[in-house]
Design a protein around this ligand. Structure first.
Ligand code: GTP
Length: 190
């Protein structure tokens, strides 16, 4: 099978202050959240894990240090886009355990010439920047935002440069921020 024509990057440098302990290592259905997200991107040839050095060991994933440690997922995106080969990067938060290869396939299929990102609308109709495709050509824009003090990931893509995908199963967007978010449906049974 041919590997996807995009790199994978998981951003995992957060503090998990709402969760109360490292949520990447929280276990859901016998696997850590980190393992769930990694499984959705396993077919990728280039796999990057942006996190503090030594925090995680994930076989087959290349550790990438944050360029600006502790500055949030926009900084994680800067590090990922800087470490990836030129082209598309599937960028995921460690706290999105219901993502699957089918989710990434849907975003990949929606890529449009001339745009620099593909964002899916979540169950509430909002673009979901923590499970999106970004092009490495966005990196100078992301760096300029960070240099200007901006930290909002949703501003990573300039207006008019994103393709939006609607109609995906809302369950893909399960997001774990607090221990209670682990209760509910088993994403692996879908
Ligand atoms: N590389 C990197 N990833 C980050 C950083 N901050 C947050 N993230 C990741 O971004 C995703 C969303 O993080 P949040 O839930 O917003 O923040 P958090 O710090 O993990 O959690 P809270 O302290 O509860 O806000 C998770 O995958 C985090 O690991 C950072 O400084 N660097």
């Amino acid at each position: 099978m041919t590997a996807p024509d995009f790199a994978a990057a998981i951003t995992a440098g957060g503090r998990s202050s709402r969760y109360g302990s490292d949520k990447a290592l929280a276990v859901l259905d016998g696997r850590t959240l980190l393992a769930h997200v990694a499984a959705s991107l396993e077919p990728c040839a280039v796999k990057l894990l942006v996190a503090p050095p030594g925090r995680y060991a994930l076989a087959g994933w290349h550790a990438v240090p944050d360029t600006r440690p502790g500055e949030g997922p926009l900084a994680g995106l800067e590090a990922a886009l800087g470490a990836a080969p030129p082209g598309w990067v599937a960028f995921a938060g460690v706290d999105m355990p219901a993502l699957t290869p089918a989710y990434w396939h849907a975003l990949t299929a929606a890529r449009t010439p001339g745009t620099l990102a593909v964002l899916a609308l979540d169950g509430e109709g909002r673009p979901q920047p923590l499970a999106a495709l970004y092009h490495t050509a966005l990196r100078p824009h992301v760096t300029a935002l960070l240099d200007a003090g901006e930290r909002r990931l949703r501003l990573a893509v300039p207006d008019g440069h994103a393709t939006v995908v609607a109609g995906l199963d809302a369950r893909f967007f399960r997001n774990v921020n607090r221990p209670g978010d682990l209760e509910g449906e088993d994403p692996s049974t879908r």
